[in-house]
Ligand binder design. Structure first.
Ligand SMILES: Cc1cc2nc3c(=O)[nH]c(=O)nc-3n(C[C@H](O)[C@H](O)[C@H](O)COP(=O)(O)OP(=O)(O)OC[C@H]3O[C@@H](n4cnc5c(N)ncnc54)[C@H](O)[C@@H]3O)c2cc1C
Length: 407
């Protein structure tokens, strides 16, 4: 019976643990924070995929959950209604260790360059830390479901920190801030939102609602310029909540009465303190003109990237553009387009990499791409669990052996 380590108790990690437990395998889940830590952070935001796309048939059966079919839930409702019961189900049958961070992983005693492609005779060694105490955990299989939310992309042009960004980190929030932080930022007078994705749109729409009776200003900087507004609309969008968000956000920038002012084709060159505020130097990509704007806070919804430190000592073949596993990345790049519901991938084959039995699943597997949807992560889990099950049952294959890896 293989031992499986799952890194991360987000939606995908919990589903992976559930399916591995149902196979009768020995499972340990490591979670650096609370169950569903990332989802909790943006818990006040509504998902745009309806409930039925955010759960699995096996999960709903395990926790006896009746899915409200077409409704969309908030992150908090998702955690309370589904992820917490699922976590209880998992922890009744396996070790689920919260406040326990995996710092890095090695292939036994092998160094990164040792025995290229032929190192599966040793189990993985995971360096784990709980309350300041470090220990080594070993496992035959690692399912890395650690997501990307802990490693946001910088606010500066070209994805690197701009001069002044680090020194003024107290006035910058990356990604979607926790509710209390968001509400306190909304009290400020001038806020700069960076990015042209759904997180940026959610922030702009949310701020404009809270701004209703104030004299504040929300400046929205995007690298792109589109005729219909900052967000590209998807024709006949199958996700109505996403369609509404896009329309609302685009409408705000064209409404002269709204507090939102769009700065298309701009990037952040540098920042410097200006009293209690921040002077942000925005460069226009078309004219190269730099305009200094004074704001009280920056919301940098500039995307995320995978934490590569975790797998640094492993033989993971990554895409040079997205930092996702190369075979999956090649498939995703081949499916350009804005609608994540149309993304299809072809099973476990694209999730296998030179480090046998190490699988990157869930949002982390998409690298820097923001087109991940939970239903795709759940499909990945099923594909990998099926692959592992067939390796174990098929001719008594050694689950650690490289010969068992699908290529
Ligand atoms: C505002 C917002 C709205 C969204 N709406 C939707 C939607 O409508 N539909 C949809 O499908 N998706 C949506 N998403 C994307 C959604 O967040 C992801 O689909 C989902 O959270 C990804 O799940 P995951 O399990 O892959 O990663 P995560 O939810 O990020 O879970 C990863 C877990 O791993 C833990 N972890 C990280 N590193 C370590 C470590 N080293 N050791 C131990 N634990 C670790 C984290 O604490 C976290 O709990 C939305 C995202 C945002 C930000």
């Amino acid at each position: 019976m293989p031992s499986i380590a799952v890194i991360g108790a987000g939606p995908v990690g919990l589903e992976a643990a559930r399916q591995a437990i149902e196979q009768g395998w020995s499972v340990t889940v490591f979670e650096q924070g609370e169950i569903a830590d990332s989802v909790r952070r943006w818990g006040y935001v509504k998902l745009f995929s309806p409930w039925r796309l955010n759960v699995t048939p096996g999960g709903t059966t395990a926790v006896d959950f009746a899915v409200p079919l077409e409704e969309c839930e908030s992150g908090d409702e998702f955690v309370l209604g589904y992820l917490e019961p699922l976590a209880r189900w998992v922890s009744a049958r396996a070790d689920l260790l919260t406040q326990t961070q995996v710092g890095s992983v090695s292939r036994g005693d092998w160094l990164k360059a040792d025995r290229i492609g032929k190192r599966s005779d040793q189990p993985f060694r995971l360096l784990v830390e709980t309350a300041g105490r470090e220990a080594i955990h070993t496992a035959d299989v690692v399912l890395d479901c650690s997501g990307v939310f802990r490693t946001p992309t910088a606010a500066g042009a070209g994805g690197i920190r701009c001069p002044g960004e680090l020194a003024n980190a107290d006035l910058i929030e990356y990604g979607v801030p926790a509710r209390e932080k968001f509400e306190s930022i909304a009290q400020k007078k001038r806020i700069l939102v960076l990015g042209s994705g759904y997180s940026a749109a959610t922030m702009v729409v949310g701020l404009s609602l809270l701004f209703k009776n104030q004299t504040g200003e929300i400046l929205w900087s995007t690298r792109s310029r589109r005729p219909d507004g900052p967000l590209a609309s998807i024709p006949n969008d199958s996700l109505s909540a996403r369609d509404q968000l896009t329309s609302k956000a685009n409408q705000l920038v064209s409404d002269p009465a709204s507090p939102v002012h769009w700065r298309p084709e701009t990037v952040v060159d540098s920042m410097e303190r200006d009293g209690d505020s921040l002077r942000v130097n925005l460069r226009n990509l078309e004219t190269e003109n730099v305009q200094g704007i004074v704001v009280d806070h920056v919301l940098a919804c500039t995307g995320f990237r995978p934490d590569r430190e975790l797998t640094r000592e492993l033989q993971i073949h990554e895409c040079y553009a997205t930092e996702g596993p190369i075979k999956l990345a090649a498939e995703l790049i081949g499916q350009a387009g804005g609608d994540c519901t149309q993304v299809t991938t072809s099973g476990a084959g694209v999730l296998v990499n030179p480090e046998g039995n190490y699988f990157i699943l869930g949002s982390k597997s998409y690298g820097r791409s923001s087109r991940f949807l939970l239903q795709n992560g759940y499909a990945q889990v099923s594909a990998v669990i099926d692959l592992l099950a067939s390796r174990i049952s098929g001719a008594d294959v050694d689950v650690q052996g490289d010969s068992a890896c699908v290529r």
